[in-house]
Design a protein around this ligand. Sequence first.
Ligand code: PMP
Length: 440
Amino acid sequence: MGHVFPRHTKTNLPTAVSGEGCYIIDQNGKHYFDGSGGAAVSCLGHSDQTVQEAIKKQTDQLAFAHSGFFTTEPAEKLADLLVANAPKGIDRVYYVSGGSEAVEAALKLARQYHLERGDKDRSHVIARWQSYHGNTIGALSAGGNKWRREPFMPMLVPMSHIDPCYPYRDQQEGESDEAYGVRAANRLEEEILKIGPEKVSAFICEPVVGATMGAVAAAPGYLKRIREICNQYGVLLILDEVMCGMGRTGTLFACEHDGVTPDILCIAKGLGAGYQPIGAMLCSRKIYNAIENGSGFFQHGHTYQGHPTACAAGYAVISTMLERNLLDNVNKRSEQLMQALTDAFGQHPFVGDIRGRGLFIAIELVKDRETKTPFDPKLAVHAKIKKTAFENGLICYPMPGTIDGKNGDHVLLAPPFIIQDEHIAEIVEKLSASFSSVFD
Ligand code: PMP
């Protein structure tokens, strides 16, 4: 033991040994309630028989066939299932092994789409501050988190960032939700005009921002106006649903809430639900046709894309979710969890906002509720919550505020879709204990 290169080289982590429903169990038999599904991954919990059997069956039959030579039944079945349930217009599925790869593929596909049409200048991508799109260098360029980006500057992809849609800090008093949504979206038009529409390839955003801001859903009308602007200037719309997709917000695709179909859609995490590493980039027929009628070759690819066992797992996850009506439980438990958190923390002196959609809910922490001033990042309040919650047997997903003070530390909850009453009580009780040890 001891040769793994861990994320945090100075931290000794417990050994995760087994999983049962909503719990992970370590080498000492300690149970941890998985209140964040890892990072919004384990949507079916940790011991789903259907998925496990599907993986075993596929591995016994055929573990790997390179996608340059073969298609496979699990790859085809999963693609059919995703397209059948995707927003109208989405037509093709390109497999990858995770979220960053899905975003990389999306950025390259957007660029190649314009090139196939003879538009050589469209290489600039517009993204948003305070977003996360992955850690590979292209996805990192799109990300809007300064502390992650700055050490690796200069970035490889020409990018610029606009301010996100962030009602808690940005909506003006008396401004309706819709008016705010449109005002925030119009920032994209300003940026496109600043760069020059003929240079812009794509705009990328998360419909519900996950890790970096904490479950911030787009205001009503925001994505509709974004779609209009993209159409007007020939800019492709990429939605990153790596974290918020696959049922997490109560619909299979998060953008269903907004009634908007992107040109390219990225998914991962909940697709394999932790049973297998798999992600996908979905696109409209328009984009696919440009490649098919042009060079006929998307200049991209990874060895493990369309991995049969991973696709079999993905198919089992999504069909299980739909057949067992688990999204009904997401919506029902969402209301309960939101109510329980509001009862427990709504008046807490250091809680600024409790928000989210589906089982994707966050608490934003502030030094001062009136002024909404974030805590000094040096205090690392998020890390203290994470540590004490973990000691109490609760896995939650706290993140620091941004270094420019544009949003505060927050705690993200994204429990498995199978949670019941007693699990909601357990989350609130353990989180309350953790808040007490950090703040009292
Ligand atoms: N996009 C979003 C919105 C994410 O939340 C993440 C991961 N947190 C990624 C992309 C990157 O996914 P991965 O870690 O699987 O590469």
